[in-house]
Design a protein around this ligand. Structure first.
Ligand SMILES: C[S@@+](CC[C@H](N)C(=O)[O-])C[C@H]1O[C@@H](n2cnc3c(N)ncnc32)[C@H](O)[C@@H]1O
Length: 199
């Protein structure tokens, strides 16, 4: 039952149906559109990044929620890139060390129960000097906004399948031993996109 959220999966499909209108589809293109080689996407959700990969990309995606997985699986059949979708959790990746050139994390480190553990796993499966490409919503820099995020977090997590709006995800990436090489912020500083080198 840990990763079974049928209502959230239904709601997410609905909420993301017109994401192009708010620039989210463009963000996905910028996140994954230039990646090549062997790529691992963690927590692929309903698979909305899949059609933004280049045709030459070799993508393995994992998604633990069967309700999301089912939707993502349908999308693997309509995209140009080779996408192999598996079950699995970010905290225990079923891959040998140094298996991937790139790990992609898109709106996922807010939801993974043990994000620090998952980031260690990302490093383990990345080849030396592999990169983590991320787009995440994060803790606000303004103290009053962060306090509001802290206050709303318990209810938010219950409503949105374990999502925590108040995580210092960029700090967690750095603490896990990545060097952040590019970082763009948006939506008043609570959405970040960038990439980080496994050092
Ligand atoms: C907000 S959705 C984002 C989905 C997708 N990445 C996207 O960009 O639309 C968060 C996803 O993280 C997944 N997730 C939750 N816990 C996870 C874990 N421990 N390991 C991997 N994925 C997880 C959820 O099942 C869900 O599909």
């Amino acid at each position: 039952m840990k990763h079974q959220h049928p209502v959230f999966a239904w709601f997410y499909e609905l909420a993301t149906a017109h994401e192009r209108l708010v620039g989210a589809a463009e963000m996905r293109g910028r996140l994954v559109g230039k990646l090549d080689g062997r790529i691992l996407e963690v927590g692929a959700g309903n698979g909305l990044n899949f059609h933004h990969y280049r045709r030459t990309a070799d993508v393995v995606a994992i998604e633990p929620d069967p309700y999301m997985w089912r939707r993502a699986e349908r999308r693997t059949r309509t995209v140009g890139a080779r996408v192999r979708l598996l079950g699995g959790e970010g905290e225990a990746l079923p891959f040998k060390p140094e298996s991937f050139d790139t790990v992609v994390s898109c709106m996922v480190l807010c939801s993974i129960p043990d994000a620090a553990c998952a980031l260690e796993e990302f490093r383990r499966v990345l080849k030396p000097r592999g990169t983590l490409h991320f787009a995440e919503h994060v803790r606000a820099r303004a103290p009053w906004a962060a306090a509001a995020q802290d206050a709303i977090s318990p209810l938010w997590a219950r409503m949105f399948a374990g999502c925590h709006p108040n995580r210092d995800t960029v700090g967690a990436i750095e603490r896990a031993g990545f060097r952040v090489e590019a970082l763009a912020t948006g939506v008043g500083g609570i959405v970040v996109r960038g990439h980080a080198l496994a050092v």
